[in-house]
Design a binder for this molecule. Structure first.
Ligand code: NAI
Ligand code: MG
Length: 501
């Protein structure tokens, strides 16, 4: 059984207490305002189930205002449109530094709102700052090409330009609230777009704090607007004809709704959706490294990560050894409040997510699977905690094996041959990530090439950089984020043809 620790808020910063003491408003056109109808909702600390703060609940009317503010900020002649790429670059670098200066405050807010450990939230804040600095470099490098034409007897100069698309709606989930907000805001503003951000209803706080930091850094009013609310607020944005592009991260189910709703004005859509990543361990792997990788891949971020390696496949001769190792590691976790530095794993984000994950674990037991570590028993009477869980004796058709669980749950199945495991690994509607462990360089690269996923890790898991593109095959999404590739999705490509007379 995993050990547990209790709440400890002695390290809470005065600035965080002050932020939480005030009702949080919408950021529209550079001003903080209440929702037009005055509605608010509560955001909850998932470790204690207590209300953290009241947050404005944006309606379609507020979305309309925010889109109008973003349009005004985008238009020809606006302060934003007149900024040179170099000025944009310097501004973005300043924002990155400002995020670093507020790292402890942002990490505490993130931990309270999402449940994740403060040390993990610090990692997320670091990524957010680095995103601004990495893309700051691209602002001055949005280059076109000159392209030869062959028209007999006439001279032309033809070239391409990368231009912003316009108003971008960023709709983001709760698993990495600040980082996901930055995944949408940063490439959008690098290319000169303006943004309306809709944070997840479970975790609105760090996006709101970021909104103020953007203003403090000197980002012109209306370039980034933040409208908090639920799915209907997001839907109003997706349907709005003043929005030119939607960038969404979240469930495949909502991704499909967004693709359909965007058809009204054929706005551009990029989608980063669910996953069910296979993690394949061959008998010739470095078994200790593979076990550690399986544990990190399965339980990182309380299992609430779209690229987690939730389906473990282990070659039969080392199956028992790997299961023993992963089960021992799972049992050694200390589960508790993310604010207590003794915790290795915090609560899940919400009652809904907690109940969904436990439902899958109970379902697997009912279907005849075996629990090797963890299970459905609650470690505390309060809070949305789930024990890190390892399940064997599953079949490919069980719900626990086919569905995205989004909790600290790994299922494991033995395999014999490479062909068999590649077939099983690819037998999913998802295609976000996959991994292979083998010390045979041929096996690792060959199997990696055969896996239908946007990211493949060989002898590692969760190794990452803001320089690398990411995204999904199949129903895991449309488009790629980050790296130089990620910018293309936030630009229109214009071809200019001049006749030289
Ligand atoms: P969700 O996809 O419903 O929510 C993500 C965001 O979309 C939130 O900001 C939400 O308010 C917004 N949204 C909801 N309905 C919308 C609509 N019709 N139009 C526009 N925006 C809308 O995800 P949810 O319900 O929080 O989690 C459900 C499951 O989705 C999880 O259990 C997990 O399996 C998966 N998920 C995957 C994520 C990923 O990173 N790929 C992130 C979060 C959840
Ligand atoms: Mg939902």
């Amino acid at each position: 059984m995993t050990t547990t620790v209790s709440n400890d808020y002695s390290a809470l910063l005065p600035s965080v207490r002050e932020f939480l003491s005030k009702p949080q408003q919408l950021l529209i056109g550079g001003a903080w305002i209440d929702a037009a109808d005055g509605k608010t909702f509560d955001t909850i600390n998932p470790a204690t189930e207590e209300v953290l703060a009241q947050v404005a609940q944006g309606s379609a009317q507020d979305v309309d205002k925010a889109v109008a503010a973003a349009r005004t900020a985008f238009e020809d002649g606006s302060p934003w449109s007149r900024m040179t790429p170099r000025e944009r670059s310097h501004l973005m670098w300043r924002i990155g530094d400002l995020i670093d200066e507020h790292a402890e405050e942002l990490a505490q807010l993130e931990s309270l709102d999402n449940g994740k450990r403060v040390v993990s939230a610090h990692g997320d804040v670091g990524v957010a700052a680095e995103l601004f600095r990495y893309f700051a470099g691209w602002a001055t490098k949005m280059e076109g090409t000159s392209i030869p034409m062959s028209v007999p007897g006439r001279d032309f100069h033809a070239y391409t330009r990368r231009e912003p698309i316009g108003v971008v709606a960023g709709i983001v989930p709760w698993n990495f609230p600040l980082t996901m907000a930055c995944f949408k805001i940063v490439p959008a503003i690098t290319a000169g777009n303006t943004v309306v951000l809709k944070p997840a209803e479970q975790t609105p706080l760090t996006a709101l704090r970021l909104g103020q930091l953007l203003l403090d850094a000197g980002l012109p009013a209306g370039v980034v607007n933040v409208v908090t609310g639920f799915g209907d607020t997001g839907a109003a944005l997706v349907e709005h004809h003043g929005v030119d592009k939607v960038a969404f991260t979240g469930s495949t189910e909502v991704g499909k709704k967004i693709a359909a709703a965007a058809a009204g004005n054929l706005k551009k859509v990029s989608l980063e959706l669910g996953g069910k990543a296979p993690n394949i361990i061959f008998a010739d792997a470095d078994i200790d490294a593979a076990i550690a990788g399986a544990v990190l891949g399965g339980y990182f971020n309380e299992g609430q990560c779209c690229v987690n390696g939730s389906r473990l496949y282990v070659q039969r001769s080392v199956f028992d050894q790997v299961i023993e190792g992963v089960a021992a590691a799972a049992k050694a976790f200390t589960v508790g409040d993310g604010f207590n530095s003794a915790s290795d794993m915090g609560p899940l984000v919400s009652q809904e997510q907690h109940d969904k994950v436990l439902g899958y674990i109970r379902g697997a037991l009912h279907d005849g699977a075996t629990i090797n570590a963890g299970g459905p028993d609650a470690p505390f009477s309060k809070g949305y905690f789930v024990q890190p869980t390892l399940i064997t004796g599953v079949t490919e058709s069980m719900a626990i094996q086919t569905d995205e669980i989004f909790g600290p749950v790994i299922t494991a199945i033995p395999f014999d041959t490479e062909d068999e495991v590649v077939q099983a690994a690819n037998n999913t509607v998802y295609g976000l990530a996959a991994g292979v462990w083998s010390q045979n360089i041929g096996t690792a690269h060959r199997v990696g090439a055969r896996l239908r996923a946007g990211t493949v890790w060989l002898n590692t898991w969760h190794a990452d950089d803001v320089t690398l593109p990411r995204g999904g095959y199949k129903q895991s999404g449309w488009g790629r984020e980050l790296g130089s590739f990620g910018l293309d999705d936030y630009t229109e490509l214009k071809t200019v043809i001049a006749e030289l007379r």
